[in-house]
Design a protein around this ligand. Structure first.
Ligand SMILES: Cc1ncc(COP(=O)(O)O)c(C=O)c1O
Length: 367
């Protein structure tokens, strides 16, 4: 496929997306249609992937693991769960592995659906798990963010009723990158987790200096913290994620997995274990993300586009004051991924790439 065909395909997919009934329900399918098969020199800033990963140690571990992938990976699954548990002051009994955290977000929402009630979630937020949850019989009440694009905890509480079985919170938030201050989140967990499942999605915590709330799982069996190897560890394609929760809750989740902890491949598990040990690489990614993010901030300021400071690997900004269509302009220069998450709004999310990639974004916005 040449560049023009790739762009035409991308434009068609975006147009089809705009007319779809639920702009979010088919997100995964749309992303695949839009971005698969693009030439390698396209800059992909659509899905908050880590442009640096996997770490050198993870690459080596994965290549070595190919040789032993004729065997089921019980030993390494256990080692990884032990390692993850120890990093959070917990044990392997507090950990369940999945093929990416989205599998586990789905599993937790099925657990909530089985209780026959509703769920509450912010809007906009990470919605990939929602269509399946609804099909399992879990209606979801969506709660607008605050003016500052932060999850509105008070409104979330106000939206709960006697039938609310789960509250989903993504912190830092996707697509906005904003954070709920740790103290406020802790108070929310202490108040709400005695009543229903609190599913806390911490996919991006490592990009900030904010603490994980996993330290509360022993006190609150309803607290479920989802984390992933897809972001700071740069292993989105390897599909490895995990959930931290009270052992009693982990056992309930295991019961919903046809074969518990067996969804992650031997190769991905080896990469994940090596990644956790490669702290130098994680620090490097965090610093590079900060540098690249500030380049983008400066470009947005120069272009007169307001943004909310981000604690993640993407930035949410208001393209309304810009005199051109930002998505089209970037696409015309092979930079793919600026998109909206709010119907009728010009706020866009763009992932943060490498320093060089964000310099290219800055040049395009200047021109
Ligand atoms: C907030 C959030 N949670 C979960 C995920 C899913 O990650 P995984 O690749 O582990 O399924 C993503 C991916 O973009 C995300 O943004």
């Amino acid at each position: 496929m040449d560049r023009r065909q790739a762009l035409r395909q991308s434009a068609l997919a975006v147009a089809a997306f705009a007319f779809s009934r639920d702009v979010f329900a088919h997100d995964a399918e749309r992303i695949m249609k839009t971005y698969s098969g693009l030439p390698a020199d396209f800059i992909k800033l659509s899905s908050n992937e880590n442009p640096h990963g996997p770490s050198p140690a993870a690459r080596k571990a994965m290549m070595d693991a190919v040789n032993s992938s004729n065997r089921y990976p019980w030993e390494i699954t256990t080692q990884l769960r032990e390692k993850i548990g120890s990093l959070y002051g917990l044990t392997k009994e507090h950990v369940v592995m999945g093929a990416g955290s989205s599998e586990l977000l789905g599993l937790v929402s099925v657990m909530a659906a089985l209780q026959k009630g509703n769920a509450v979630a912010p809007d906009p937020t990470f919605r990939l798990w929602m269509p399946a949850a609804r099909k399992f019989g879990l209606p979801i009440k969506l709660v607008p963010l605050t003016e500052g694009k932060v999850t509105d905890l008070q409104r979330m509480k106000d939206s709960m009723d006697a039938n609310t079985k789960m509250v989903y919170i993504c912190n830092p938030g996707n697509p906005t990158g904003t954070i709920i201050p740790a103290g406020e989140l802790e108070s929310f967990i202490k108040e709400i987790a005695p009543k229903c499942i609190v599913l806390l999605d911490e996919a991006y915590t490592e990009f900030s200096d904010e603490p994980s709330m996993a330290k509360w799982v022993n006190d609150y069996p309803n607290l479920v913290v989802a984390k992933t190897f897809s972001k700071i560890y740069g292993m989105a394609g390897a599909r490895a994620g995990f959930v931290l929760a009270h052992p009693q809750t982990i056992r309930q989740l295991n019961d919903l997995q046809p074969w518990s902890n067996a969804g992650t491949s031997a190769v991905s598990l080896a990469g994940a274990l090596a990644s956790l040990q490669d702290t130098e690489f994680v620090n490097y990614c965090k610093k590079e993300n900060q540098k690249a993010r500030s380049i983008f901030y400066t470009a947005l300021e120069k272009a007169g586009m307001p943004y909310v400071p981000s604690y993640t690997s993407f930035v949410y900004f208001d393209a309304a004051p810009f005199n051109k269509d930002v998505t089209q302009l970037l696409e015309s220069r092979q930079i793919i991924g600026a998109r909206t998450f709010e119907t009728g709004s010009k706020w866009l999310r763009l992932s943060v790439g490498t320093v060089a990639e964000m310099q290219k974004v800055a040049e395009v916005l200047k021109a």
